[in-house]
Design a binder for this molecule. Sequence first.
Ligand SMILES: Nc1nc2c(c(=O)[nH]1)N[C@H]1C(S)=C(S)[C@@H](COP(=O)(O)O)O[C@H]1N2
Ligand SMILES: [Mo]
Length: 304
Amino acid sequence: MTKLTENDVTPEALYLKRRHFIGLAAGSVAGLSMPALSQDTSALKYKPDALTGRSDLTSLRAIAGYNNFYEFGTGKGDPAEEAWRLQTDPWNVEVTGRAAKTGTFAFEDLIDMNALEERIYRLRCVEAWSMVIPWIGVPLASVIKKLEPTTDAHYVSFETLADRKQMPGIRARVIDWPYVEGLRMDEAMNPLTILAVGLYGKTLPNQNGAPMRLVVPWKYGFKSIKSIVKIGFTKNEPPTSWNKMQPSEYGFYSNVNPEINHPRWSQATERRIGEFGRRETLMFNGYEEQVTDMYRGMDLSKYY
Ligand SMILES: Nc1nc2c(c(=O)[nH]1)N[C@H]1C(S)=C(S)[C@@H](COP(=O)(O)O)O[C@H]1N2
Ligand SMILES: [Mo]
């Protein structure tokens, strides 16, 4: 089976609709066949990622088969096996805090399906593996602007669904459920930060955080919170799940940094899933140019 190359994808070839993303007319991607074109299509802008060649995409099989989504179990294969239980349509998100527009929003009210873009990003997990994922989504900034945060909203908080009927992993108290995350406002507004609703040209697999999940490519993977049901605008730094659990190991910022090791292992190198050997980990996961200004003057060993 062929992997995608730059030449396989044209802007015209990328179409999608809610629940049935149609993509990449080329036919098949990494061994999985694509659905036929639907009549209900909306144009999808294709934004190539200058940092990543198309040829090194991680296979869909690995992206959707090797996951961290503790709500469905702590094994890497558990989410792929269990996440079919998650009901993602209809989906509501509760918006709270320091914003003009708060209350309950349907998925469709927050995500403009006509504005979807493809973004190929590296995902670097704190466990020192990485993948290259062709996400589909919208800039988080576009959603935040719609909600009109007030000037004293300095942070954005996020919460995942925690429903033990749909999520068998909730029974284990590995995390103080619900899974929560947060970003500083400038990080949330950074053009690299997206709310992903799909990948490989199709709807997000449940195990990857359907129907919407955060993607913050210069931070360790755990910042990319899945299946979001709450967005809050706060004045103070919001609590985050991994920091609450192990504050000495996981800070609020969690920017990818090869020079600052996890207390129990090195972060200098990573294993790209699907490859043999290891790669060197890059500062800010290789997105240094786009994000370094946000952290000027901050001691990154203190704000890890
Ligand atoms: N709600 C929730 N979000 C989560 C997690 C989780 O367990 N629960 N795991 C995080 C971690 S540790 C990583 S590395 C990424 C993995 O995303 P992926 O499975 O799509 O590769 O999701 C993050 N988001
Ligand atoms: Mo992770």
